[in-house]
Design a protein around this ligand. Structure first.
Ligand code: SAM
Length: 230
C-alpha cells in the first residue's frame, strides 16, 4: 500500500497536497484505489475519492493499528565525516522505531555546526520518506547538534558503544523490560581515549558488539535492531 502524509483533514476526509500530491500523481494512483495516510501520528487506510490538480481527497476506511516499540531509544550519533552516512542512520533509525536522534560533535566527527544546522531539514525529509516506506506513523525527533561533553546519562540505561573499553556484550545486558535507553556511537575514527573516559566517568556503560570492529553506521543500526527485537 502506498503511504502519503496529509496535513489537512475535514471530518473523515484527508487532503493530499504539495509534495505529497506530486508523489501520488507520479505513482499514478487513481480514484477508488486504497492508500495509506499518515495523520498526526496515526496511520489510516483510505480510498482515493477525488484527484484534482491542486489536491487529492481520500476518505477514511479504518485506522491501521501500528505497534511501536515499547522501549524509547535515543541515539546520540557522532556525525560521520561522510555526511551521507548520517542520512543512512536517520533512515534506518526511522525504520527501526528510534524515538530521537541527537547529532554529536566529537574530536574526530564532522565539526562544522553551521553546515549541520542547514542539514536538519534534509534529515527530516529523509525520515519522512522512511516513515512512508515503513508504515511508521509517529515522527522521529531530530535534535540540534550537541558537543560530546554536553551528553548526560539521563536515560534508564545509558550505553556507550565503546571502541576501547572491553565492556559487556550487548547480548549480556538485561534490557527486555527497560523502557528508555540512550546509545552513544562514535564517528568513523572512533572516540578519543579522553572522550571514552569522560562518558564512562559520567556513568555510561561500555558495551561491545560482536564479532569485529563495525563501521559507525553498522554499530548504530545493529545495536538498535537488537534492542527493539528483544
Ligand atoms: N577506529 C576505531 C577502532 O579502530 O577501534 C573504530 C571506530 S568504529 C568504525 C566507529 C564507532 O562504532 C565506534 O566509536 C563505536 O561507537 C562503534 N563500534 C564499532 N564497532 C564496535 C564494536 N564491536 N563494539 C562496540 N562499538 C563499536
Amino acid at each position: 500500500m502506498h503511504i502519503f502524509i496529509s496535513e489537512k483533514r475535514k471530518g473523515n476526509t484527508f487532503y493530499i497536497t504539495d509534495e505529497e500530491l506530486r508523489h501520488l500523481k507520479v505513482r499514478r494512483i487513481s480514484k477508488g484505489e486504497t492508500i495509506g495516510v499518515i495523520w498526526e501520528g496515526k496511520l489510516y487506510s483510505c480510498v482515493l475519492v477525488d484527484n484534482r490538480k491542486s489536491e487529492a481527497l481520500c476518505e477514511i476506511i479504518e485506522e491501521v493499528h501500528v505497534e511501536a516499540p515499547e522501549v524509547h531509544i535515543t541515539l546520540y550519533q557522532s556525525v560521520p565525516l561522510e555526511l551521507k552516512t548520517f542520512e543512512l542512520i536517520v533512515q534506518k533509525s526511522t525504520e527501526l522505531g528510534v524515538r530521537k536522534v541527537i547529532p554529536v560533535i566529537t574530536g574526530r566527527s564532522f565539526r562544522n555546526k553551521e553546515v549541520l544546522y542547514k542539514k536538519k531539514e534534509r534529515w527530516k525529509k529523509v525520515s519522512l520518506e522512511a516513515m512512508k516506506q515503513s508504515g511508521r506513523p509517529y515522527k522521529l525527533e531530530i535534535e540540534d547538534v550537541v558537543d560530546i561533553n554536553e551528553i548526560e546519562p539521563v536515560h534508564q540505561v545509558n550505553i556507550l558503544l565503546d571502541n576501547f573499553h572491553r565492556g559487556a556484550y550487548i547480548s549480556e545486558l538485561e534490557l527486555k523490560t527497560v523502557k528508555d535507553i540512550g546509545i552513544v556511537v562514535g564517528p568513523e575514527g572512533g572516540f578519543s581515549r579522553q572522550e571514552g573516559s569522560l562518558l564512562r566517568d559520567k556513568g555510561f556503560l561500555s558495551v561491545r558488539l560482536k564479532p569485529h570492529v563495525l563501521r559507525a553506521e553498522t554499530a548504530a543500526i545493529v545495536s538498535v535492531g537488537i534492542i527493539v527485537n528483544l
